[in-house]
Design a protein around this ligand. Structure first.
Ligand SMILES: Cc1cc2nc3c(=O)[nH]c(=O)nc-3n(C[C@H](O)[C@H](O)[C@H](O)COP(=O)(O)OP(=O)(O)OC[C@H]3O[C@@H](n4cnc5c(N)ncnc54)[C@H](O)[C@@H]3O)c2cc1C
Length: 456
């Protein structure tokens, strides 16, 4: 009997575990999964929508509870157990029981390291002040929710960091009726898209009543009676009853490093195509803790997204279960929204393409999501980057209203399959007035890119 130990029981870890189980039955493979939190297979992606009240119950965010894994998959899930050491020579892990106390040592033949990511520490130290929250795990989300529902009820929120998590949290808090200030050090929130597209996101945030402060750095916090009282910035103090941190994440590799697992230039664990940790037999890693390859630049990247974590975990599990699967790398596709405004991207932004050494043209078109005369037609901005000379699509960004974001998918498919913008102009995309203008915005953008290329 082979013994598989999984460290971290969320997207990557439990995808790997359940897929391995599909390959090998309980008489061939014993699986033990350690999770330091209270939940398995939850959607961290859904936390902002639960906080904001769009999703009613926290349980709705849990895709599979521990009992399901225990009963249906015969996986021994041990919640509130934190793995504190991995001994590769003895092939053992040490796990601390966070509630009962004490430690257990467990042998493994195969190990999946899926410990996710941890929030980037702010350069200021007082994050332990009551009322300051990250939203990395469902436990974090639960703590924030309890604070928001507590007495005294917070009225003023400051969100630090204008990435997609900060933006989603700002929307969630304003939906709950708080007054919200979003502080971002850079020139625009949403730096995952180019600044000329991000300005549309900023406008949408301001339109919601969010006080957006860009070019402002947080330098500390003040507290009163142990509770956060204000956020101190280089442009003055911002009163706050609750602070949400969205400063980005880094791979959670402290434990892996101590065990001697190889870590790459991005800080993520180095894995091969099959999600095997490089040079370490029988050890696999997947999800937010690993680095992967960007298919356009060929460079190592750390792109912590649920979509990759699930796929990578699945690949590891298929291989552990005796099958063959590979993870093909990423192109940086992502979508989000600010109330009605949808934001999407794939491939390279201008600064990425420049850094990678590409010469390229950019085009930006304004169109609508439906035929202009059709009720509910809303404006949509599509931006494309195409390589000068070859005309290959290098990147795309979309900002608009209903049905805008998922229009990134045909663009992602075109980019993945190395299409030129010329080839894209002939794509057979669906058309009817309720769904698109007769020339879909994607096709108009491709045509404009061809014109820009021909102008040289
Ligand atoms: C607010 C928010 C919104 C997001 N929205 C999106 C989105 O819209 N789309 C998208 O693609 N992605 C989104 N993501 C990212 C996505 O949630 C992550 O990429 C995904 O959860 C990563 O899965 P993972 O299994 O690698 O890591 P995690 O989900 O972080 O799971 C790792 C688990 O390991 C446990 N753990 C860590 N160390 C130990 C240890 N030593 N012992 C035991 N257990 C341990 C942790 O408690 C955690 O449960 C969002 C993330 C957040 C926080």
């Amino acid at each position: 009997m082979t013994r598989l130990i999984v460290v971290g029981a969320d997207a990557a870890g439990m995808s790997a575990a359940s897929q391995a189980r599909r390959g090998l039955g309980p008489d061939e493979l014993e699986i033990v999964a350690f999770e330091r939190g209270h939940f398995t297979s939850y959607s961290a992606c859904g936390i902002p929508y639960w906080i904001g009240g769009l999703v009613e119950s926290r349980d709705d965010l849990v895709a599979r509870a521990p009992e399901v894994f225990r009963d249906e998959y015969r996986i021994d899930v041990r919640l509130r157990h934190e793995v504190t050491a991995i001994d590769l020579d003895r092939r053992e892990v040490v796990a601390r029981d966070l509630e009962g106390g004490g430690e257990v040592r467990e042998h493994f033949d195969q190990l999946v390291y899926a410990a996710g990511a941890v929030p980037v520490d702010p350069p200021w130290a007082e994050t332990s002040t009551a009322g300051v929250f990250g939203v990395q795990t469902l436990d974090d989300g639960s703590a924030l929710r309890a604070w928001l529902d507590g007495d005294p009820r917070p009225r003023r929120a400051v969100v630090v960091g204008g990435g997609y998590i900060g933006v989603e949290m700002a929307e969630a808090l304003i939906r709950r009726g708080l007054s919200v200030t979003l502080v971002e050090r850079g020139p625009q929130p949403m730096s995952t898209v180019d600044p000329d597209m991000a300005v549309l996101v900023r406008d949408a945030l301001v339109g919601l009543g969010i006080d957006v402060r860009t070019g402002v750095s947080v330098t500390g916090l003040t507290a009163r009676d142990g509770r956060v009282a204000s956020v101190v910035t280089d442009a003055g103090d911002l009163p706050a009853d609750v602070v949400v941190l969205g400063l980005g994440v880094r791979p959670n590799t402290a434990l892996a490093r101590r065990a001697g697992l190889p870590v790459g230039p991005t800080g993520g664990i180095r894995v091969d195509l099959r999600m095997r940790v490089m040079g370490v037999d029988g050890v696999w890693a997947a999800g937010d803790c690993v680095q992967t390859v960007h298919r356009l630049t060929g460079q190592a990247v750390h792109l912590p997204l649920g979509t990759h974590a699930n796929k990578q975990g699945r690949v590891a599990g298929i291989n552990i279960g005796g099958g063959y699967a590979t993870f093909p790398g990423v192109i940086g596709t992502a979508v989000t929204k600010v109330c009605e405004l949808e934001v999407a991207r794939t491939g390279l932004r201008e600064r990425d393409a420049t850094a990678a050494g590409y010469e390229f043209v950019t085009v930006k078109v304004e169109s609508t999501n439906r035929a202009g005369y059709f009720p509910g037609a809303d404006p949509m901005t599509v931006k494309l980057l195409a390589e000068r000379r070859s005309g290959l699509l290098l990147g795309a960004q979309i900002v608009g209203r209903s049905e805008a974001a998922k229009r990134i998918d045909p663009l992602a498919v075109a980019l993945w399959n190395q299409m030129t913008v010329e080839e894209m102009t002939g794509l057979d995309l669906g058309y009817a007035p309720p769904y698109a203008p007769v020339w879909d915005p994607v096709l108009i953008a491709a045509r404009k890119a061809v014109e820009a290329l021909s102008r040289g």
